[in-house]
Design a protein around this ligand. Structure first.
Ligand code: FES
Ligand SMILES: [Fe+2]
Length: 389
C-alpha cells in the first residue's frame, strides 16, 4: 500500500525509500552508471528479463514492413503481417544464422535472407528454401517449413509502442500495464497520429535519462520557459506500481486548456473535465518515458548502447484529427517546445555523467522532499541488480 504525505503547498509526496532519512544517499553506486561490466549485467538482469520498450508501431505502419531493432544487445525484427498484427522475431536466419536485415525494408509477402535465399512468411514460418535437398525443384518438407520458421519473441503493442520480453516465462504484458491503462482509459490510443520523431544519440547512461525525466525539481532552473516557478513546482508524486511505473502529475499543468481556441488541438479521446488540465509523467520501467496531456502524448524511449551511451527515440503524437492542415502550425509549435525542452537537458545529462567519475559520486544526496520517485526508480534497479543498501 503506497502512502503519501502532503506538503504545505498541498502537493503529495510519496512516503518512499527516503522517508526515514533527512538526507538520503543515492541508492545506486556510481559504478552502475559507468562500469561496462555492470552495463552487461543490467542487459541480462533487466533488459533480458522483463517487458521492455522495443520500438514504435508506426515503424511498421503497413503490411510487409520489417524493422530491425536491438534489445539487450540482441537483434530482433518487428514485422507487420497481413492481418495487421505486429510480430517480433529473433533476427537470425534459421539456416546459418545471418541477420535477415539490418535496415528497415518493405516486402510484399516474404522476408528473404540474402545468403542462400531462404524466405519467410510475415508470420515467421518458412516459405521457401531453394535447392533445399540439392534438387533443382527441391523444396523443404511441410515439417521443415513448420520447424524452421523465424523464432518468435513474446511481444505486445500498447499506446503506439511495441514491447518485448526476452525472458523464458513472461508475465502477461496486460497485467504489467493494466494500472496505467486504467488511469489513462479516457485516452483513445488508437487515434494516435505521429507529429514528429527524432533520435538523440547521447553519451550518457540510460538511468540518468530516466532520473532526469523524473526530476521535477530542475524544471524552473533548466526550463524556465515552461512557466512560473510556482507552477513548475506544483507537482504530485504518483506511484502506479512501485516496481514498474512511477512518476508524477501536474494536476493544473495544462490549465487554460478548458477554454479552447479555434486552432487548439483536439483531445485524444473523450477527456473528462477533471483531467483536461492534468499532465502525467511516468517511467514505464525500465525504458519508456511517457508524458501525457489531453491533446498530446510524448514518448522518450531509451535504447542503452553502452554504460555511457544511450539512444533516445523521442516521438510526439497528437489526435488523428489534428493531422488536418489547419492544425499544422499548432502541432509544429507544440513539437518545437517539447523537443527544445529535451535539447535543453542534454548538456545537463552530460555533466551528470561526467560527475559519476568523481570520488564524490558515491556521496550524492536524494532529498525526501523531491527525490522519492527517483529513489523508487533506483530501488527498482537495485532490487533487480542485487545492489544492497
Ligand atoms: S543463412 Fe539464411 S539462407 Fe542460409
Ligand atoms: Fe529537463
Amino acid at each position: 500500500m503506497t502512502t503519501y504525505s502532503t506538503t504545505s503547498s498541498g502537493n503529495t509526496i510519496v512516503d518512499g525509500p527516503l522517508s526515514e532519512q533527512t538526507y538520503g544517499r543515492s541508492i545506486l553506486p556510481a559504478a552502475a552508471y559507468t562500469d561496462p561490466q555492470e552495463f552487461a549485467r543490467e542487459q541480462r538482469m533487466i533488459f533480458s528479463a522483463e517487458w521492455v520498450w522495443a520500438g514504435y508501431t508506426h515503424w511498421v505502419g503497413n503490411e510487409g514492413d520489417v524493422h530491425p531493432v536491438e534489445v539487450a544487445g540482441k537483434p530482433l525484427l518487428i514485422v507487420r503481417d497481413g492481418e495487421g498484427n505486429v510480430n517480433v522475431f529473433h533476427n537470425s536466419c534459421r539456416h546459418r544464422g545471418m541477420v535477415v536485415t539490418q535496415e528497415p525494408i518493405e516486402v510484399t509477402q516474404r522476408i528473404q535472407c540474402a545468403y542462400h535465399c531462404w524466405s519467410y512468411n510475415l508470420d515467421g514460418s518458412l516459405a521457401a528454401a531453394p535447392y533445399f535437398n540439392r534438387e533443382r525443384r527441391g523444396a523443404p518438407s511441410p515439417e521443415a517449413r513448420r520447424k524452421l520458421g523465424l523464432l518468435p519473441v513474446p511481444s505486445a503493442v500498447w499506446a503506439g509502442m511495441v514491447f518485448v520480453n526476452l525472458s523464458d516465462a513472461p508475465t502477461p504484458f496486460e497485467d504489467v500495464i493494466k494500472p496505467l491503462a486504467e488511469r489513462w482509459s479516457h485516452i483513445d490510443f488508437d487515434r494516435l497520429h505521429l507529429a514528429r520523431e527524432r533520435k538523440f544519440d547521447l553519451a550518457v547512461n540510460w538511468k540518468l535519462a530516466v532520473e532526469n525525466f523524473l526530476d521535477f525539481y530542475h524544471l524552473p532552473f533548466v526550463h524556465p520557459q515552461v512557466g512560473p516557478v510556482a507552477a513548475s513546482l506544483d507537482v504530485d508524486d504518483v506511484v502506479i506500481d512501485s516496481d514498474v511505473i512511477v512518476g508524477g502529475c501536474y494536476p493544473r499543468g495544462a490549465e487554460g486548456k478548458a477554454k479552447k481556441s479555434e486552432d487548439a488541438l483536439p483531445f485524444i479521446g473523450d477527456v473528462p473535465a477533471g483531467k483536461v488540465a492534468s499532465q502525467d509523467i511516468f517511467c514505464v520501467f525500465p525504458n519508456a518515458l511517457v508524458f501525457l496531456e489531453a491533446d498530446w502524448f510524448q514518448v522518450i524511449a531509451l535504447s542503452p548502447a553502452a554504460a555511457d551511451r544511450t539512444v533516445e527515440h523521442m516521438a510526439v503524437f497528437v489526435d488523428e484529427s489534428a493531422a488536418d492542415p489547419r492544425f499544422a502550425e499548432s502541432v509544429s509549435s507544440l513539437c518545437d517546445v517539447l523537443f527544445h525542452v529535451n535539447e535543453q537537458d542534454i548538456p545537463f545529462l552530460y555533466k551528470l555523467q561526467a560527475g559519476r567519475a568523481s570520488d564524490g559520486a558515491n556521496h550524492t544526496t536524494l532529498l525526501p522532499s523531491w527525490d522519492q520517485i527517483t529513489a523508487m526508480f533506483q530501488t527498482a534497479v537495485a532490487a533487480r541488480m542485487g545492489y544492497s543498501k
